[in-house]
Design a protein around this ligand. Sequence first.
Ligand SMILES: Cc1ncc(COP(=O)(O)O)c(C=O)c1O
Length: 473
Amino acid sequence: MRVTIDLPLAVDRECPVPLAVQVADQLREAMRTGRLRAGERLPSTRALAALLRVSRTVATDAYQQLYAEGWLDGRHGSGTYVADEALPYEQPTEQPTEQPTERPAEKPAEARGSARREPPPPGTVDLRAGRPWVFGYDTAAWRRAWRSAGDLALNAFPDPYGHPELRELLADHLRRARAVPVGAGNVMVTRGTGNGLDLIAATLLGPGTRAGVEEPGWRAARRIFALRGAEVVPCPVDEQGVIVDALPDDLRVLYTTPAHQFPVGGRLPIPRREKLLAWARRTGAIVVEDDYDAEFRYDVAPLPALYGLDPGRVVLLGTLSKSLGPDVGLGWLVAPAGLLDAVAERRTHLADRTSGPVQRAVATLLERGDLDRHLRRMRLEYARRREAIVEVLGPYVRGDTAGLHVMVTLPADVVPGLVRRAGERGVLLDTAEPHHIGPPRVHGLVLGYGSASRADVRRGCAVIRELIPPAEA
Ligand SMILES: Cc1ncc(COP(=O)(O)O)c(C=O)c1O
């Protein structure tokens, strides 16, 4: 237990912000960025007051605010500590260096266009869907993986299927984790789900073809299909997933998320899976199974992937974007051998490939069990964050006990005002409406807990709870 007395705190008496708020803000920032770590002891209010030359009330008020927000912990009746759960894993001690440039600070994120999602300003609670916790990995394992990549000679002729040893490792991972009876010959290494989906679209779609996407569903899927010239057909989902009886017979491809429907959160039950595959066999459609967050289930084991039920009709897409982070740029595409060859040929024509060093680094993480260890830790952490949401917003929460987001259903007329007021209080939210192509059928928040600490998740949910009008409570 280290006593923290050397924090570079300062107060500005000329500033209109109350002194206690100034002190709380600086401490919060130090905890958020990892300068103060879980379990570290803070000075007593008396010592802090003396250090900053402020009254003891200022120090007490600052601590009380941080206790209320879940950042601090009192133990054995004496001493003030950074709460264990405020920083469950190592965070960087400085802000990421690759901050996007040209950022007009005064504009909300939505007004800056959708091409770039920027890190939120410090002090905000980011509960938008889609982002994982990128501070949780074991840095020693990560460096080791990159050293192994550095030992690799560069290849002048990258293999469009990917490195053979990584394909083997991924096939092994899929057999164990997803009950997919697959050999390396059916696996292609991609840069992620979006890349895999685009390769499928480039191979199977084009003008005159129709491609189904879930409604509501992942926006990137519909954009990719449209950019490859297909007519995009919205296919409605209910709380269990895609509604097979509503599927038209003339789809070339259907994109679906059976393990954890995005964004509603259902898990497609076995009878519906069988019905879906019967539909695909009857119509000749290829089912593209996006398995994006299947590693994260917190109650029961995940259902085996759809691919295993009919490897002739299904393409399985996986990614490290949720388990490690989208910055890694690595995923996999599993397909019947004939289709995989067609995709590889199209990939060569497109001069598209996955970085060799990235493949080597990921192979090392798999070989040494580092990825499995990371997943086990993150599963625990995400489960706790999800529980924190359910504790506060339980009656509104929909979706399986899985993944990195929940659906919080609310009446349509409540949503815009709630999102705006939460934004004014520093809580960033996503809604279900933009995930539709047609008129929205599902209303509410798509609440992500991937990129906010547990303390932030609690704070954000408390704000949301306060903003739900009493009539809906
Ligand atoms: C439904 C869904 N699938 C897949 C992904 C990941 O895509 P990629 O692997 O291209 O980063 C995301 C990321 O937000 C997603 O929401």
